[in-house]
Ligand binder design. Structure first.
Ligand code: FPP
Length: 266
């Protein structure tokens, strides 16, 4: 009965979605796992475990809807400051989940890519990441980017270093450095910028996530904690996105109206 109602709700909402105006790339800050668990009197690790199931649901929903790319923030450069026990738990969870889910990910023709500095992770995790990326590299239906040990500032600093080195060695001239060049040196090279950023748990921050790439993304804050997020909440975010007027710093073009006309009318 309850399941039937959920399916009806999701169906009603998905009918409201304009398939021609879908965001191709959605980025998500999956926040609130710890607080969700603590509120229930459970260890924080329960929240992270629950969060994995939610991630699975959102990958399926976004792919079914017709989105093409999902980029999720799974571990930031700042997350190392958490207690060792939690950091170790998360690292083990990444390995466990990848090992368990990679065949299904591959069968679904999903390409998985890890974005961030993998160097500090244990060899065992690096090995699974590597084999998962290799196995799925030619998949075309959907791209899942998982940001681990990722920080937006660090990414930009690394690009700046790269440019400085190339300029010093004469490989490029300073006048050749432009947005296109910068884009091609980012960890997300070749991937279009997200049109939509979703952050759960009500926090209104970007938290060092995709600082360059989110320049013109629409931001949707959900008050729901990540372990309680679901397809219905995701569809709400998409509907909200579709109601936005994306002007990219310009003005909405009004037919047959010049700048002077619009000044007179205002
Ligand atoms: C933020 O909640 C969540 C994380 C730091 C980890 C998210 C990771 C997963 C859901 C697992 C994903 C697994 C794979 C393989 C991609 P928080 O701990 O910051 O919550 P809080 O703000 O309430 O403390």
């Amino acid at each position: 009965m309850i399941l039937g109602k959920i399916i009806d709700n999701n169906k009603n909402l998905s009918e409201k979605i304009d398939k021609q105006k879908l965001p191709e790339h959605v980025a998500i800050i999956m926040d609130g796992n710890g607080r969700w668990a603590t509120k229930k009197g459970l260890p924080r690790s329960f929240g992270h475990k629950q969060g994995v199931g939610v991630l699975k649901e959102i990958i399926k929903s976004s792919k079914k809807l017709g989105c093409k790319i999902l980029t999720v923030y799974a571990f930031s450069t700042e997350n190392w400051t958490r207690p060792t026990k939690e950091v170790d738990f998360l690292i083990n969870l990444f390995s466990e989940v990848l090992e368990r889910e990679i065949d299904e990910i591959h069968q679904e023709s999903i390409k998985i890519k890890f974005i961030g500095d993998l160097v500090p992770f244990p060899e065992s995790l690096k090995k699974i990441i590597n084999s998962s990326e290799t196995l799925t590299k030619n998949n075309k239906a959907f791209l899942l980017n998982v940001c681990v040990n990722y920080g937006g500032r660090q990414e930009i600093v690394n690009v700046a270093k790269d440019i400085a080195l190339k300029s010093f060695s004469g490989e490029i001239k300073p006048c050749e450095v432009n947005e296109e060049f910068f884009n091609s040196a980012l960890l997300t090279k070749g991937i279009k910028d997200p049109e939509l950023l979703i952050r759960t748990s009500g926090e209104k921050r970007i938290s060092n996530f995709l600082l360059w790439q989110l320049a013109y993304s629409e931001i949707y804050i959900s008050d729901v904690m990540w372990p309680d997020f679901n397809e219905l909440e995701f569809l709400k975010a998409i509907i909200d996105y579709q109601s936005r007027n994306r002007r990219f710093g310009g003005i909405e073009s009004l037919p047959n109206e010049s700048f002077e006309d619009s000044q007179c009318n205002s």
